[in-house]
Design a protein around this ligand. Structure first.
Ligand code: FAD
Length: 455
């Protein structure tokens, strides 16, 4: 097929000259104000203190009781909320994005909704419909932000599948997928047909209530994908826990049938792969190959993975094999192999294959930029980078200044909506926050330099 063969640049080979690694030092902090740097240093120091992260929710409740909600809210806004969240209103989000764009960075909006797996039974269909409306508004907001000055095009947003369908249903689907393997009744094609036609779907393995919820979920997914496509916003679907991921992959594969087809021009729905899982490289290779064979575009967000402790606790509790890599080095090796695989795919398939290197790890980013250079992949092409708002700005800024496409994952919403979400994210990313020592050292050096009045 013409489109699939139209490789962007593989024939071009590495450009003349030698590859220069990016310099992730405090140099890029010159773009930031002193107050911002002080807040970043304070917040990163606080977040690296384990008791604060472990007991974050309880501490927040205490501070509200002791100080009153206004004062404790103001403290949060001046610290953690201000550091990691864009704001509450459209205007606040727009201001935050404008500042990022002036620094060469792009927004990756994330609606902070999540279903706590243990509470799955308590949520109702109306809750998912409300979430759908929030996602549709996020599409519109993402689209609106393109109008602001700075880098634009390639608009993306994050989508958490369990905001639109229940963890309970995903668990049930996952156990059937594991039991049956590839089966026509649970095929992406069948789900895609039901999504597109709106016709009633009856899966014999599911009970009436589950079938009804699946139907409603498919309709929600179709509506959000259709709206995103109309607004030219790409949906980056998050990966979650191994006990539901196979169901999430199935739902994304169903969406991909329509929205990643050659007629639509590019991947509009992306999947996330977690390198900390033992079988991720194999699955990524299979999925990339399957997308190529089916003539579908393929979009991947590559992460190390956020739910390490929980995955290990669950496997220990169930007496099953730990699905995660045995140590950090093995996860990093897996990440490098997945990165290599995807960069080769991009180099072969051109714009039919997109990749977000979603990592704060300087080694991984050096590897990605080096291989992009060797494979002749342009800096502003189908490979981009992703980091969290308020984290590793020295890395994001250096990438952005060098012309790479860099997205900051940006949660937004009210204090009550976002703080529990942030604390949970901080608990999941404990090792990253503790590892942000280099960033803290760079921030201290820059602040000390400014204090001495050096230019
Ligand atoms: C834009 C963006 C989107 C994201 N989306 C998702 C998502 O959809 N799903 C998701 O799960 N995560 C997601 N994450 C979080 C991501 O998975 C990582 O938790 C986070 O980015 C840290 O990895 P790193 O490469 O940045 O940093 P590093 O500090 O180099 O790596 C830390 C990571 O290494 C792994 N690790 C640490 N210790 C061990 C050990 N003892 N054994 C094995 N592995 C270990 C863990 O995965 C840990 O998170 C996202 C991150 C970003 C920036």
């Amino acid at each position: 097929m013409l489109q699939t063969c139209r490789a962007l640049c593989s024939q071009a080979g590495p450009p003349a000259g030698s590859w220069q690694p990016l310099c992730f030092d405090r140099g890029s902090f010159r773009l930031k104000g002193t107050a911002e740097l002080m807040r970043a240093l304070l917040v990163l120091r606080l977040c690296a203190w384990p008791p604060l992260v472990t007991h974050g929710l309880a501490l927040q409740a205490w501070s509200q009781r002791l100080l009153g909600s206004r004062l404790s809210g103001a403290l949060l806004r001046a610290s953690i909320y201000g550091q990691f969240v864009a704001g509450e209103t459209r205007e606040e989000v727009r201001d935050c994005v404008r500042q990022l764009q002036a620094l060469g960075l792009r927004p990756l909006l994330a609606v902070p909704i999540e279903e706590e797996p243990d509470l799955a039974a308590k949520t109702s269909e109306a809750w998912y419909e409300d979430n759908l409306n929030a996602m549709l508004r996020c599409v519109d907001l993402s689209r609106d932000l393109v109008g602001t000055p700075g880098p634009s095009g390639n608009t993306v947003m994050q989508l958490k599948m369990t905001a639109l369908t229940s963890t309970r249903l995903c668990k049930a689907l996952t156990s059937w997928i594991r039991r049956l393997g590839a089966c026509p009744e649970l095929s992406p094609e069948r789900l895609a047909e039901a999504m597109d036609s709106g016709q009633k779907l009856q899966i014999s393995y599911l009970n009436t209530e589950q079938n009804q919820h699946l139907q409603a979920s498919l309709s929600r997914l179709h509506r959000v994908a259709q709206h995103a496509r109309n607004q030219q916003v790409r949906l980056l679907v998050d990966a979650e826990y191994t006990f539901i991921n196979p169901a999430l992959f199935l739902l994304v594969a169903a969406l991909a049938q329509h929205w990643n087809s050659p007629a639509e021009g590019g991947p509009w729905v992306w999947t996330t792969y977690q390198a900390y899982l033992k079988d991720t490289h194999e699955q990524l290779a299979q999925d990339a190959e399957a997308a190529h064979r089916a003539g579908l575009a393929f979009g991947v967000k590559l992460v190390r993975g956020a739910y390490l402790d929980k995955e290990r606790a669950v496997s220990q509790l169930q007496g099953s094999e730990d699905p995660t890599q045995p140590n950090y080095e093995a996860t990093s090796q897996s990440y490098n192999r997945c990165l290599e695989l995807m960069l080769n795919q991009v180099s072969r398939r051109g714009s039919m294959c997109h990749l977000m290197v979603a990592s704060h790890n300087e080694e991984s980013i050096h590897q990605a930029t080096k291989r992009m250079w060797q494979l002749g992949i342009p800096v502003d092409g189908p490979v981009c980078f992703g980091q969290l708002l308020g984290m590793c700005d020295h890395v994001s800024l250096a990438l952005g200044q060098a012309g790479y496409m860099v997205y900051k994952s940006i949660p937004y919403g009210s204090l009550t909506e976002v703080i529990p979400y942030l604390i949970r994210r901080a608990q999941e990313n404990r090792s990253v926050l503790q590892g942000a020592r280099r960033e803290q050292a760079l921030l201290s050096q820059e602040l000390w330099r400014r204090l001495q009045g050096k230019a």
